[in-house]
Design a protein around this ligand. Structure first.
Ligand code: HEC
Ligand code: HEC
Length: 301
């Protein structure tokens, strides 16, 4: 009898979803100058191009995308590349640069790669506001902690190479209606911001960006695209996510000189598509997979 009552309770506990992070409420934004700075930081994340894009009202530094295009809901969405762990984990050592990076350095990286441009100066009102917003977002996260649901999902590797031919079919069926047949996105004539951001071409993220790695792209779209989906109702299978990533990252986009990245070449991620490598796999396999044999070969060493 007792077991009949207790077992279902244990069952329910096991099914309980992880306690995902919640962003602080707007009512927790302080009054006064600090609060205004935080709100301006959020505005810059959501509408970057309005202020800093090709027709930006403050300065013209970036490609016309918004930070929010990839850090959804101003960097608060679970598995939508949220900023919950920025304040708690920076400064930190990163293998890509081989150095300890501050928040300003990490934000600048996305300006230079995802937004294909230049970052505002570290002392500028804009950079200070972005940092203040990230600090405010992370105020309930303990130093060193990375909450569940931070960043992007890590999808299981396929046991084959991701297939851009299949990915093209996914794109035509599920993405093109918004992002366009030629990947150019959609902008209302004269507007400073996109309605639908570009997928490839001169105004898209460059090949030094996190989305240019297949795991980054696949992990992003799995729980976030088509727009409106989320981790509780993903619309793409893992295979579709990897294949559409292969298609989009096979299309032309700006190049970033990045030979100084990953100074420890044995630390390059398995899906970093530019050699030289510390292993015997070629650039093609490092770009499209299969990735498991690369990961396995590293474990043996
Ligand atoms: C094209 C997509 C894209 C755009 C646009 C973009 N980012 Fe990112 N950003 C990423 C990806 C991908 C990562 C790495 C996520 C991972 O590795 O889990 C990242 C990581 C970050 C991080 C580190 C997060 C952490 O927890 O370590 C910060 C901070 C950041 N971006 C800020 C910005 C800012 C500020 C902007 C706008 C100026 C911006 N990003 C625009 C894709 C983008
Ligand atoms: C209903 C319209 C719609 C559909 C369909 C759609 N997207 Fe998006 N997508 C968006 C919007 C809107 C954003 C920007 C979100 C924001 O700023 O809040 C976006 C952002 C993105 C981004 C990050 C920004 C960039 O331009 O690099 C990627 C990558 C992406 N979508 C891929 C896809 C893929 C792949 C599909 C198909 C599986 C897809 N999308 C389907 C509307 C759509």
């Amino acid at each position: 009898m007792v077991a009949l009552i207790i077992l279902p309770v244990i069952g329910l506990l096991a099914l309980k979803p992880p306690a995902y992070w919640h962003p602080p409420a707007d009512s927790q934004i302080p009054a006064g100058a600090k609060g205004q700075q935080i709100r301006y930081g959020r505005e810059l994340i959501a509408h970057t191009a309005k202020y800093l894009g090709p027709k930006g009202s403050v300065r013209q530094l970036s490609n016309g995308m918004n930070c929010q295009n990839c850090h959804l809901d101003a960097g608060t969405k679970i598995l939508g590349n949220n900023y919950s762990a920025v304040y708690s984990t920076y400064p930190k050592f990163r293998e890509r640069s081989g150095s300890v990076e501050t928040i300003v350095k990490r934000v600048s990286d996305c300006f230079e790669r995802s937004l294909g441009g230049k970052a505002p100066d570290s002392a500028s009102r804009e950079m200070q506001a972005i940092v203040a917003y990230m600090q405010w977002l992370g105020m309930d996260v303990q130093k060193g902690q990375r909450p569940d649901g931070v960043g992007l999902a890590k999808l299981t590797y396929l046991d084959r190479a991701a297939d851009s031919t299949k990915g093209r079919l996914v794109y035509v069926a599920k993405c093109q209606v918004c992002h366009g047949a030629t990947g150019e996105g959609m902008k209302v004539a004269g507007a400073r911001e996109y309605v639908y951001p570009p997928m490839w071409g001169p105004n898209s993220y460059n090949d030094g960006a996190g989305l240019y790695r297949l795991s980054g792209f696949a992990g992003y779209v799995k729980n976030n695209m088509p727009f409106g989906s989320n981790y509780t109702n993903p619309q793409l299978t893992d295979e579709e996510s990897w294949d559409v990533a292969a298609f989009i990252n096979s299309m032309p986009r700006p190049h970033k000189e990045q030979t100084a990245d990953w100074p420890g070449i044995k630390n390059k991620p398995v899906d970093f598509p530019f050699g030289p490598y510390a292993d015997q796999f070629n650039e093609k396999q490092h770009k499209f997979g299969p990735f498991q044999p690369i990961a396995d070969a590293r474990k043996v060493k």
